[in-house]
Write a protein that binds this ligand. Structure first.
Ligand code: PLP
Length: 411
C-alpha cells in the first residue's frame, strides 16, 4: 500500500488563483455579456523583445545542425549565461560572485520552493506577512509548519507588514528563526526595503546563525537609486543569504522559463555535531540529481537581455508597466483610496474602504466595475483589508479598468 505524505493533506485545499477563477467564472455565467478586465494574477502581457526573439531563433537554428546541436547541458547552466549574470547583474553593483555560485533554473518558483528540502524538517521559519504563498506551502509539504489555525500556521513566525508599520517588518526580539524568507521589491505589497533595514536583517541572521532566502524577482522594477537590488549589497550577506532571481517579470519569460539562484560558497548549515556543511555543496548535489538544466533556447534567450539592444528593449517594457503603475496610483488616490507600492514594483497594494474584507471588496469590484483584483488575505493574515492590483496589463485595458472603477465609485 502506498501511503500519502500526510503533510500534503495539511495544505489548504484551494490555491488562491483557483478560488478567484471560480468566482470570476460564476460571475461570467450570470453576466455572459460582461467584459471582465483582470488586474489580478501576476502574469505579464507584453510580447518578448526583439533581441530575445532573435536569440531564440538563432538557438533553434543551431539545434537543427549537427555541429550546433545541444543535448543535456550542464545542470547548473551554461557558462555563457553565468558569465553574463556575474558581469551584468552583480559586478555593476560592486558585488563579486564566482560563476559557479550561480545556478541557472527554469524560474524562481522551482528553487524558492525546492531549496527548503536540503534543511532539517524542524527548522523554524519566519516570513513577512503578507507574502508569496510558495515559501510557506513548500515548507508545509515537508511538515515544518505545524497546523493551520485561524488563518495561520502554528510553527511559522509571521512578521506583519501593514500601513501601520510602514510595511517595515519588525525584527523579533523574542523568537529564534532558523530560516527567514524576504521578498523585495515585495509581492504582493509592491513595497521595497532600504539598505539600512536590509542590513538589520543580515546582522540578525549573522548573529543568530540564521539563513535568509531573499527573493529579488522584481529587482528590475526598482526606480530609486538608493534601494538595493541584491542582498549582497550588504556586507556579510555572502555568509548567510541565498538570492533568487527570475527573468519572468524582468523580461517577460513567464512562458519561456528561466531564472537563477545565487548560493555563495560561504553560506553553511550545521549538522547535529555542529560541523558546518556548505549549502553550495548540498544544493549542487540536489540539483545534479533532480534537475537536468533549463533549455538551451531559454538560456540563449536570457543571455540576449544583457546585450546593449536587449537591455534597452527590456527597459522599455518595464517602463511601460511602470507607467501603468503610476497611472493607477494617481487615479486610485484621486478617488480617495489608500494605496501603497507601485513606485519601485509593478504592484499596487490598496486598503479596502471602511474596513471591508478583502474577499468582499473583490466581489464588489467584480460586480460593480467588472474588474478583477487579488484579495490581500490570500497572501497571509496581514493582507486582510487590502487588495492587490497588478500593473502588468496593457495601457488600454488598465485605463479602461480605471475608468470603470471611477464610474462605479461616483455612482
Ligand atoms: C513571479 C514571481 C517569481 C517568479 O517565478 P518564476 O518561476 O520565475 O516565473 C518568484 N517570486 C515571486 C515573489 C514572484 O512573484
Amino acid at each position: 500500500m502506498a501511503l500519502v505524505n500526510v503533510h500534503f493533506l495539511n495544505l489548504q485545499a484551494n490555491y488562491l488563483f483557483a478560488d478567484i477563477a471560480k468566482k470570476v467564472n460564476a460571475f461570467k455565467v450570470m453576466h455572459p455579456k460582461a467584459d471582465v478586465i483582470s488586474l489580478g494574477i501576476g502574469d505579464v502581457t507584453q510580447p518578448l523583445c526583439p533581441a530575445v526573439i532573435e536569440a531564440m531563433h538563432r538557438a533553434t537554428d543551431e539545434l537543427a545542425t549537427a555541429e550546433g546541436f545541444h543535448g543535456y547541458g550542464p545542470e547548473q547552466g551554461y557558462d555563457f549565461l553565468r558569465e553574463a549574470i556575474v558581469k551584468n547583474d552583480f559586478l555593476t553593483r560592486g558585488i563579486h560572485l564566482d560563476e559557479d555560485e550561480i545556478f541557472i533554473n527554469d524560474g524562481a518558483k522551482s528553487d524558492t520552493g525546492n531549496i527548503q528540502e536540503v534543511l532539517h524538517w524542524d527548522n523554524f521559519i519566519g516570513v513577512t506577512d503578507p507574502i508569496y504563498p510558495v515559501y510557506i506551502d513548500s515548507n508545509v509539504m515537508i511538515g515544518r509548519c505545524g497546523t493551520f489555525q485561524d488563518g495561520r500556521w502554528t510553527n511559522v513566525r509571521y512578521m506583519p507588514c501593514t500601513a501601520e508599520n510602514g510595511f517595515i517588518p519588525a525584527i523579533p526580539k523574542d523568537c529564534h528563526m532558523d530560516v527567514i524568507y524576504l521578498c523585495y521589491p515585495n509581492n504582493p505589497t509592491g513595497t521595497v526595503i532600504t539598505k539600512k533595514e536590509l542590513r538589520k536583517w543580515v546582522n540578525f541572521a549573522l548573529k543568530n546563525d540564521s539563513l535568509i532566502f531573499y527573493d529579488a524577482a522584481y529587482q528590475a522594477y526598482i526606480q530609486d537609486a538608493d534601494i538595493p537590488h541584491s542582498i549582497y549589497e550588504v556586507r556579510g550577506a555572502r555568509k548567510c543569504a541565498v538570492e533568487f532571481r527570475s527573468y519572468s517579470k524582468t523580461a517577460g519569460f513567464t512562458g519561456v522559463r528561466c531564472g537563477y539562484t545565487v548560493v555563495p560558497k560561504e553560506v553553511s548549515v550545521a549538522d547535529f555535531e555542529g560541523n558546518r556543511i556548505p549549502l553550495h555543496q548540498l544544493w549542487l548535489r540536489r540539483q545534479s540529481t533532480k534537475f537536468n538544466g533549463a533549455s538551451y533556447i531559454s538560456q540563449r534567450a536570457a543571455e540576449a537581455i544583457y546585450t546593449p539592444e536587449g537591455k534597452k528593449q527590456v527597459q522599455q517594457t518595464i517602463d511601460y508597466y511602470m507607467q501603468n503603475a503610476a497611472r493607477m496610483l494617481s487615479m486610485l488616490r484621486t478617488l480617495g483610496f489608500e494605496c501603497y507600492g507601485g513606485e519601485n514594483a509593478p504592484y499596487i497594494w490598496m486598503r479596502t474602504p471602511d474596513g471591508t474584507g478583502s474577499w468582499q471588496f473583490f466581489e464588489q469590484l467584480l460586480y460593480g466595475a467588472n474588474v478583477v483584483c487579488t484579495p490581500g488575505v490570500g497572501f497571509g493574515p496581514s493582507g486582510e483589508g487590502y487588495v492587490r492590483f497588478t500593473a502588468f496589463g496593457s495601457h488600454e485595458k488598465t485605463e479602461e479598468a480605471l475608468n470603470r472603477i471611477t464610474e462605479w465609485i461616483n455612482k
